[in-house]
Design a binder for this molecule. Structure first.
Ligand code: 8NA
Ligand code: MG
Ligand code: MG
Length: 345
């Protein structure tokens, strides 16, 4: 039976945290053999392993700030969200933040700051960050807002607090939209799922700033749409190698090189795949596959984990995995509370 809505909400945030915690092991690795991924995953099932709990990184730290802010303010409040990012960074600066974004987080801590969007706009010579830091924390927007238009609008604004390049905030909107559609069961029809994402991104990428940013970075006119078309081609093929996925879609810290990749991981793993254990359900396959791509594994698994968790629901996630990762209970609690908020009239 298809999971209920509450189960999907919980799956989304818990899946996101698991991807971050489990994916941290291989972050930045160029080549990750599937054997090593499966070894890492089977160690999670071993109750006697002495390695302790897997820690979360910036992805989860900032996702929790987004969810806390939306729950406390019961709307998008940019000043409140910015303050939470700054406070969280100050409390735990060692969570593996991107090297650029820490400058923004320090400026956001100033009580005299008038415009909370200004520090992000000053990044990278005024071009703004195109990193995936906006996208990695975007899932709660899909749990807080019902309409597709609101999910887009607020996930973009939330990302703009640190990422003012359109590639950065449009990537966040794409991730939030993918979670939004998945919560509604849209992954039951994968082709339509990807087509809906393409048509939404067409609207977003028509924007003048999006066109200018794409040009300045020597990208095609509709960079996310063209990646999503490649995702569609890749899922149509019978067999796709890891190398092809990396060269067609990327596995890097840029949002453009990781959000479409995460979406591909989910779609590709809707069915059993060679090399992955038969006992694995879809969410386990998705996380395992995301790690095998190497590169920005914590963030790709975090984003894929959120989309997959929204599709398969909380009961698809092994208890042993949940017990192995830091702050799973907190993420579950945030998801339950966002569900209550979402269900308000
Ligand atoms: P960010 O805004 O600092 O961007 C990340 C990096 O992307 C920057 O440090 C730059 O190297 C590069 N970059 C972004 N925009 C531009 C630009 N306009 N021109 C030139 N270079 C640019 O931080 P973020 O929050 O977007 O970063 C998120 C990622 O960093 C996540 O993956 C997170 O987990 C973390 N992280 C990743 C790795 C890794 O090896 N993949 C390692 C440590 C931390
Ligand atoms: Mg991280
Ligand atoms: Mg990362």
């Amino acid at each position: 039976a298809a999971p209920g809505v509450l189960s999907r909400f919980r799956g989304a945030l818990v899946g996101s945290v698991l991807g971050d915690c489990i994916g941290g092991e291989f972050e930045g690795a160029v080549d990750v053999p599937l054997d090593r991924v499966l070894q890492h995953l089977s160690a999670l099932e071993d109750e006697t392993r002495g390695e302790g709990i897997l820690q979360y990184s910036d992805d989860t730290a900032m996702m929790r700030c987004v969810a806390d802010s939306l729950l406390t303010r019961m709307e998008f409040d940019e000043r409140d969200m910015a303050r939470r990012f700054a406070k969280e960074y100050n409390l735990a600066p060692g969570r593996g933040y991107g090297s650029g974004v820490v400058q923004v987080l320090r400026k956001l801590a100033s009580p005299h700051l008038k415009d909370v969007f200004q520090p992000a706009q000053a990044q990278f010579g005024g071009r703004g960050s195109f990193g995936n830091g906006g996208a990695m924390r975007a899932a709660p927007f899909a749990l807080a807002f019902k309409s597709r238009a609101d999910v887009c609008k607020y996930s973009r604004l939330g990302a703009m607090l640190t990422h003012s390049c359109s590639l950065g905030y449009n990537g966040a909107a794409l991730q939030a939209l993918a979670v939004h559609l998945s919560l509604q069961g849209a992954l039951a029809l994968p082709k339509e799922f990807i087509n809906k994402l393409i048509s939404e991104m067409e609207e977003m990428e028509k924007d003048e700033k999006a066109q200018l940013d794409a040009k300045a970075l020597s990208l095609s006119e509709f960079p996310y749409c063209s990646r999503l078309h490649r995702v569609k081609e890749l899922i149509d093929r019978n067999s796709v190698s890891i190398e092809e996925v990396i060269s067609e879609l990327g596995n890097g810290i840029a949002a453009l090189e990781s959000v479409p990749t995460a979406i591909f991981c989910v779609l590709h793993c809707l069915e059993p795949r060679d090399g992955l254990p038969e006992r694995f359900g879809g969410l386990e396959r998705t996380i395992a596959y995301s790690l095998a791509l190497g590169g920005d594994t914590d963030t790709i698994a975090c984003m894929a984990g959120a989309i997959a968790g929204a599709h398969y629901g909380i009961d698809s996630i092994p208890q042993s995995w949940q017990k192995s990762c830091e702050a799973v209970e907190e993420a579950d609690d945030l998801a339950r509370r966002l569900y209550d908020l979402y269900c308000l009239p």
